[in-house]
Design a protein around this ligand. Structure first.
Ligand code: GLP
Length: 258
């Protein structure tokens, strides 16, 4: 179901409140986390809410969706660096709680599958956060990826390389490959929030709403999942059919009173 929020800040407040609530109510919690500009307001809000509520984090594990292959470990555009900058350095996690697919050396099939297995060993992902690429990718599962794939290495599409090169001062550094959690791993999560904000996501959100479930549009797999909420701001909702969307004020009211 699509929920339309007034702004990306409202989405951030809602998602952060849900995460704090899960941390406080679960004895063991596995979070699936994403990167990208969409997630920055969410993590900013989560840091603030955490400071206020101070729930224990000892029982929490975080798994990241994806990582570029081939960037030097100290490169500021690795997703490991992103997570440190926008979330992990602001929260009292110990390294054993934080799991990122390793893209420093080209991971072999076994190393990839071990990442999926680690998630299963810890009981599976309770809440998976996802952004979306303008071509409908989730994680780095590009159009055409099998729904049956677990963690694997991908060749990035031209469109993704063009979109993401905006983060690189030297465009030639934009990687050609990445490692990503597979669609099979993602769909096994107990609950999923897909977030899309800004007018540059309006077209793909319209396509996603109209689409059948197809490997040509990876995010369409979420239509199979009974506990997925697609959270969009008004800018990203411009091409959605309002009759098939819910106003998010009901969700926001819930966090106002709690
Ligand atoms: C990147 C990441 C995705 C992310 C998407 C959207 O390629 N691999 O996990 O969701 O693109 O990014 P942004 O939020 O910057 O638009």
């Amino acid at each position: 179901m699509f929920y339309v929020f007034p702004t990306d800040g409202d989405i951030a407040r809602f998602v952060s409140a849900q995460i704090i609530q899960l941390i406080s109510s679960h004895e063991r919690l596995v979070l699936g986390l994403a990167t990208g500009s969409t997630m920055k307001p969410v993590y900013g809000q989560l840091i603030k809410d955490f400071e206020r509520e101070r729930p224990s984090l000892q029982h929490v594990h975080c798994f990241n969706l994806d990582e570029y292959i081939g960037l030097p470990a100290e490169h500021p555009q690795t997703y490991a660096a992103y997570m440190q900058q926008y979330l992990y350095s602001h929260m009292p996690f110990v390294p054993e709680q934080l799991h990122l697919p390793c893209g420093k050396d080209w991971p072999d099939e076994q190393q990839c599958l071990d990442f999926s297995r680690q998630i299963q060993k810890l009981g599976g992902i309770d809440l998976q956060l996802l952004g979306i690429g303008t071509n409908g990718h989730i994680g780095f599962n590009e159009p055409g990826t099998s729904f049956e794939q677990r963690t694997h290495v991908v060749a990035l599409s031209e469109q993704t390389r063009r979109d993401n090169s905006r983060f690189f001062t030297n465009k030639d550094e934009m990687p050609t490959h990445a490692v990503t959690l597979g669609l099979k791993d993602i769909i096994e999560s107990r609950q999923i929030f897909l977030l899309a904000t800004g007018e540059q996501k309006a077209q793909i959100m319209g396509e996603l709403q109209r689409s059948v479930i197809t490997e040509d549009l990876p995010a369409s797999i979420l239509k199979k999942h009974p506990h997925t909420a697609i959270l969009v701001d008004e800018a990203a909702a411009q091409e959605l059919d309002p009759a098939q969307c819910k106003d998010a004020s009901v969700l926001l009211e819930k966090i106002e009173v709690s």
